[in-house]
Each structure stands twice: as structure tokens, then as C-alpha cells.
Design a protein around this ligand. Structure first.
Ligand code: ADP
Ligand code: MG
Length: 356
């Protein structure tokens, strides 16, 4: 278990991390998600004991991060980090992947065997004698993974492991990371600005925005029940309807949004200023205004459509703008295009309310 308490770090008087608290249970995979500049790399560098915090502490299995240089180095040997841009390698793939084992004094035979297994895991079997300079970006990322993996770290840190890769290499590297995690059975903390990647790979997500850890939870909690409008925006809740609680009963509230009432899940009292969060995939569009079980049904006019592969993003003016994500097929069947009159509806249970 790693316990991060009150961690703060400043650079030139500017806070990169502000009072960050986070528990990392043994064997968990935690994704730190947040936009660029939010402090993700700084947090990983502190966990890697490369830098000292200005305040707060990191406790590894009950032991404070060590004060002496020798103790720090010995602790660092149990931590593996894959940086966002793995250094331009020279030498052979074997030289690179075996590095950590050579500095740890392993013998040649066991090194070759460990390297062989690690390369197999990252789908680079037989690459030992290849010159590292001739590798593609995706291959370099995989060599970097293998290089860290052979040292069997107790804590594996991954900084934006697919940030510079094309979508196909990204899918491949993600799959291999999943494999490495399963094989090492170690504790993993990874940084990513890609919320979906966090959802795919992690069992816990910490949302770091502006240096503050705004929410920690399992992926579905963070995705469906964001704790604030900042988190909601980052996890892709496109409809953030500003309003005020008008009435409430039995865990449901009516929120006044302009001339409309939106029903959602909340215990908040009347008068509280709120934002009703509605994911675009929760919004259903229909041409008629036939009766629907959805309490939240609003007539409107389509103002824009944008094709997104198998989905179409439709913006409807209901008196407030509402974005819906529908399949390309249903968009075609319904003839959804700008100017069309529609009824937009969403379930009250799909409306998550945060205070503003
Ligand atoms: P992220 O990884 O989320 O993109 P970083 O941790 O790299 O964010 O950076 C957080 C903030 O700290 C940024 O404003 C960045 O400019 C600043 N920062 C990070 N490292 C340094 C440094 N070595 N010197 C000065 N400022 C830094
Ligand atoms: Mg970074």
C-alpha cells in the first residue's frame, strides 16, 4: 500500500501539485487522468523518488520515503518507470532491455532468459540483436516496457504510455500493457490524458486537474458520477445544464433550467445552484412527440450534425443547447439534419447533479 498525503510541489512559485491525497492499494492499477499540465508527470516523478515534495509525504508499506541517498536508491530499485518519451536508445535491443538487470548484477544467462521472456510479452520476440535506432515509435515504447518489466518492479509507473502513437499502435500497446500488468501482478500507477484509456486499463481512477486530485473512484463512478463540473467536463459530459433546484422528493429533484424543468437524481435542497450533467449518449431523439416514459422530454430544432464514424453528434436547440450522440444508422432512418423538429429526451436517472 502506498499512501500519499498532503503532497504539494511548486516550480518557480507555481503550484504543480496542491495537497494531493491518494491511497494506492497493492496490486491495483490506478490511472491518473487529467488534461496536459495538470501535474500528472510531477506526481509520477515524486512517486519515483526522483524529486522531493515541498510538503506532504509518500508512505510505502508504512515506511516514509527514505531520507538518505543510499536508502533512496535501494527503494528506487523496486520502482520501474516508463517515461512519456522513452530516451532515444542506442545499441541493441538486448543492451537496452537488459540494462536494469546488468546494474543489479544478474548473470548473463539469466539476463538473456529474462530478456527473451519480456520481449515475447511485448510481441518483439527475436528482436535482441536489432539496433534500437531502427525501431518505430510503437516498438520503442514496447522496448521501454520490456526494459522496465524485466526488473520486476514492486511499483510500475507509466507516463502517458501511448501519447505519441497512432491509433493502431495505441491499441496494440494498450493490449500489451494489459498483458504486462497481468504477468507482473504488481502495483501500477499510470498517467494519461485519455479518459477512455484510463477506463480500459485501470481499476481505479484519480482525476487530477490544476494540480488538485478532484476525485478518486472506480471508472464507472468517475464516469457516471463526477464530483464536480470540472471532472464532468473532463470525462466527456457534454451537456452541463446550469440551473437551480426548484423542488425535490425521494432522492429526485426538479432543476429549473431557464424556462424548463429537468428532473434528476439528487438530495439537494431547493434554492441550491447546480449543474445538471447529461451524457450525450443518454439523449434519445425522436421525430414525433409521442408519449415517452422519460420525464425529461423537450421539443427542439436540430442546429448541427457532425459525423463521428459510427456515431453522429447532433446538437438540438431546446431553449437550451443539448448534444445527443446517436448511431449513424438511426440518424439516417430518422432523417436527422439541421432544421428538423425533434423531441429530445433522457431518463431522470441519467441526470447527475453537481453543485456549482
Ligand atoms: P502533466 O504531466 O499533467 O502534463 P506536469 O506535471 O508535467 O503536467 O506539469 C504540471 C505543471 O508544472 C505545469 O504547469 C508545468 O509547466 C510545471 N512544471 C513541471 N515540471 C517543471 C519543471 N521541471 N520546471 C518548471 N515547471 C515545471
Ligand atoms: Mg506529463
Amino acid at each position: 500500500m502506498i499512501t500519499i498525503q498532503g503532497l504539494s510541489k511548486q516550480y518557480d512559485g507555481h503550484a504543480a501539485l496542491r495537497d494531493v491525497n491518494l491511497d494506492v492499494p497493492d496490486g491495483s492499477v490506478t490511472a491518473i487522468i487529467g488534461p496536459s499540465g495538470s501535474g500528472k508527470t510531477t506526481l509520477l516523478r515524486l512517486l519515483d523518488l526522483l524529486e522531493q515534495p515541498d510538503a506532504g509525504s509518500i508512505v510505502f508499506d508504512g515506511a516514509e520515503a527514505p531520507a538518505t541517498e543510499a536508502a533512496r536508491l535501494s527503494m528506487r530499485r523496486r520502482i520501474g518507470i516508463v517515461f512519456q518519451n522513452p530516451v532515444a536508445f542506442s545499441g541493441s535491443v538486448l543492451d537496452n532491455v537488459s540494462y536494469g538487470l546488468r546494474v543489479r548484477g544478474h548473470d548473463r544467462r539469466s539476463i538473456r532468459e529474462s530478456v527473451r521472456r519480456a520481449l515475447e510479452t511485448v510481441d518483439l520476440a527475436g528482436y535482441e540483436s536489432r539496433s534500437a535506432r531502427t525501431l518505430s515509435g510503437g516498438e520503442i515504447q514496447r522496448v521501454a516496457l520490456a526494459r522496465t518489466m524485466v526488473t520486476e518492479p514492486r511499483l510500475l509507473l507509466l507516463d502517458e504510455p501511448t501519447a505519441n502513437l497512432d491509433p493502431i499502435s495505441t491499441a496494440r500497446v494498450e493490449e500489451l500493457i494489459g498483458r504486462v500488468i497481468a504477468e507482473l501482478q504488481t502495483t501500477v500507477v499510470m498517467a494519461t490524458h485519455d479518459m477512455a484509456q484510463g477506463q480500459r486499463l485501470a481499476d481505479r481512477i484519480g482525476v487530477l486537474i490544476g494540480g488538485s486530485m478532484l476525485q478518486v473512484g472506480n471508472p464507472s463512478e468517475v464516469f457516471n458520477l463526477p464530483s464536480s463540473v470540472h471532472v464532468a467536463r473532463f470525462v466527456g459530459v457534454e451537456n452541463l445544464l446550469e440551473g437551480t433546484v426548484e423542488s425535490g422528493e425521494a432522492g429526485m429533484v426538479n432543476v429549473r433550467v431557464g424556462a424548463h424543468l429537468v428532473e434528476g437524481v439528487s438530495e439537494l435542497e431547493p434554492g441550491v445552484p447546480v449543474i445538471a450533467c447529461v451524457r450525450p449518449e443518454e439523449v434519445v431523439l425522436a421525430l414525433t412527440q409521442a408519449p415517452t416514459s422519460a420525464r425529461n422530454a423537450f421539443p427542439g430544432v436540430i442546429t448541427a450534425t457532425a459525423s463521428m464514424g459510427p456515431l453522429v453528434r447532433v446538437t438540438v436547440d431546446c431553449g437550451f443547447p443539448l448534444v445527443a450522440l446517436v448511431t449513424a444508422r438511426s440518424a439516417q432512418e430518422l432523417g436527422l439534419s439541421s432544421g428538423a423538429q425533434v423531441s429530445a429526451s433522457f431518463k431522470a436517472t441519467g441526470v447527475h447533479i453537481v453543485t456549482r
